[in-house]
Design a protein around this ligand. Sequence first.
Ligand code: HEM
Length: 365
Amino acid sequence: MKIQTPVYYGDYLQLPKILNAQAPESTKYGKTAHDETLFIIIHQAYELWFKQILHELNSVREIMQQPFVPSTDLSVIIARIERVTTIQQLLIDQIQVMETMTSLDFMEFRDFLVPASGFQSIQFKLIEAILGIKAQHRMEVEKQFFNSRLKAEDKKLLEAEEARISIFELLEAWLERMPFSQFEDFDFWGEYSHAVDKMLKQDREIISNNPVLDDRTRTMELKNLDMTQNTFNTLLDSRLYSAWQGEGKVRLSQKAMLSAVFIYLYRDYPALQMPFRILNALVEVDEKFTTWRYRHAIMVQRILGTKIGTGGSSGHEYLRSTTERNRAFIDFFNLATFLIPKSMIPALPQNIKDQLDIVYDSFRP
Ligand code: HEM
């Protein structure tokens, strides 16, 4: 290979563009606020990382969009999602740098920024949408803000992204296609149901015989156990499960949820290790965004108190509610409800074990 033109570091990275892209608003008003440079650079650094996250998530979507996802692609999916979570950790840690700016420092230039706001970070909204948080999952106030505060071209971009299939939807379809919900000559879910009954019976005995509990607490704990029983019943009954979906308690289809439970229970088998790591990595993406949202909300409270944001929202209050609500993979957090102790998990027949196994050792007892 013959090198065409020698590459120069600054030109390759287009540094003249990037390093001349900091223009404090306060300068335009005649008195440059020292901390505004930090404020701009932090936001720019975030936006660059958001771009990288979108690059990774778009490629994950492309792989998952294939009608048949070959198992050799699974490790690529995992590596890219894990890169996203590593970047997210950096984003969480960067909040500390932002917090070196105090309320008073911020007040020196805050008013010049109205009505701009992190609300208008189109890349942040695109990340939410590609993961699976679309208009119908957002709070009313959030939707209204988009309609009134986003530039027409950004609104168009977001609508186009929302019209595309999300990673949540692709994951759901992939789980539905997995052949684990039904086995020809083995009633796995019947066995699982027996194991659950056994576990709940044990729990009931422990509560009933616990000498430390007074009658009121015992009755309450037994009632909670009845609720747990109902939750398990719902998982296995398509009519009850649909009702749950109708009430918005769960988004994931029953078929996909059953596959996911199977993967979580038997994740030690080689065939299920990669699917388990994918589910786990996506839960990690959600958890890291939730942590970021929470840290950002606390920082906002520290810097703004109860003032409204430059974007006009109730500031801390609004951010706290998106922290709780905007999670694409919440169903996979709640999936832990359906797990049972390892010692009680039904043993699989040999022919199914063989399908899930890879034998690495030539010595097989
Ligand atoms: C002094 C520092 C900061 C303050 C006081 C602040 C304040 C706020 C407030 C009050 C909101 C709610 C919308 C509004 O009314 O404006 C908001 C939203 C947002 N901010 Fe910040 N922010 C700060 C730094 C950052 C940084 C460094 C980022 C990184 C990109 C960021 C990203 C966002 C995003 C993405 C939203 C929308 C969140 C959502 O809709 O769930 N903010 N910010």
